[in-house]
Design a binder for this molecule. Structure first.
Ligand SMILES: [Zn+2]
Length: 221
């Protein structure tokens, strides 16, 4: 049961989100996710890996199912000796992660429509086929603008630096999302990603930008 205090705090979150984005539902999702973050006993590394897996496998045109991504996540945890989060926590974080932009990524080019949800009301829209389905999905989920991080593109880190250190994780200087990057050719590109949705500290060896220069997060032993 919820106490009156808890109810009021949820209600405030709902109203604040409603005022800010027009969707109180998002406020609730944020709270659920924030709660997930604070769950005692979940190591930061488990959350970090979860988010990296969502970035790599879920917000991608391959559009793997949530169940498949959870399986991949568990396998990655096993390889790295990290305890996985529960399936319930996984689905909570995924809910927060799934924005219209992520849906668009998952649907590839077809989802260019995602930015015009009112098109659905247009009577000329065919009533069958992919488009109405895509639109129905978009409309069924709350839209959250600007969920994609603006830090993207070529960065001033060299592939040979990465090879020499044999470190292929890079931390976004803006939102702190960590991505695994295997550079092709002579440039390193930090690709499109969802703004980090968890707030546990990052762990592990990775490239971070400090004062304009890219360096390793920890000294190599
Ligand atoms: Zn970012």
């Amino acid at each position: 049961m919820m106490t009156a205090e808890e109810f009021h705090s949820w209600w405030n979150a709902y109203q604040a989100a409603e005022a800010e984005s027009g969707s109180g539902y998002l406020g609730l999702l944020d709270r659920v996710a924030a709660r997930g973050n604070r769950t005692p006993g979940i190591p930061d590394a488990s959350m970090q890996l979860l988010e990296a897996q969502l970035q790599t496998h879920y917000a991608a045109p391959q559009a793997k199912s949530a169940a498949a991504v959870y399986r991949l996540y568990r396998q990655a945890c096993e390889r790295q000796g990290i305890p996985p989060v529960s399936e319930r926590t996984f689905y909570r974080v995924r809910a927060r992660f799934t924005t219209t932009e992520v849906i668009a990524r998952r649907q590839g080019r077809r989802a260019a429509y995602a930015s015009q949800p009112f098109f659905w009301l247009d009577q000329t829209t065919p009533r069958h086929g992919e488009r109405p389905f895509a639109l129905a999905m978009v409309r069924a989920l709350p839209s959250r603008k600007g969920a994609g991080c603006s830090f993207t593109g070529k960065i001033e880190l060299l592939p040979r630096q990465m090879e020499a250190a044999s470190v292929f994780h890079i931390e976004c200087p803006q939102c702190l999302a960590v991505r695994e990057v295997h550079p092709k050719g002579d440039r390193v590109t930090f690709s499109w990603h969802v703004k980090r949705v968890t707030n546990t500290p990052n762990h592990g060896m990775r490239w971070v930008r400090r004062g304009g220069a890219w360096e390793l997060s920890e000294k190599k032993a």
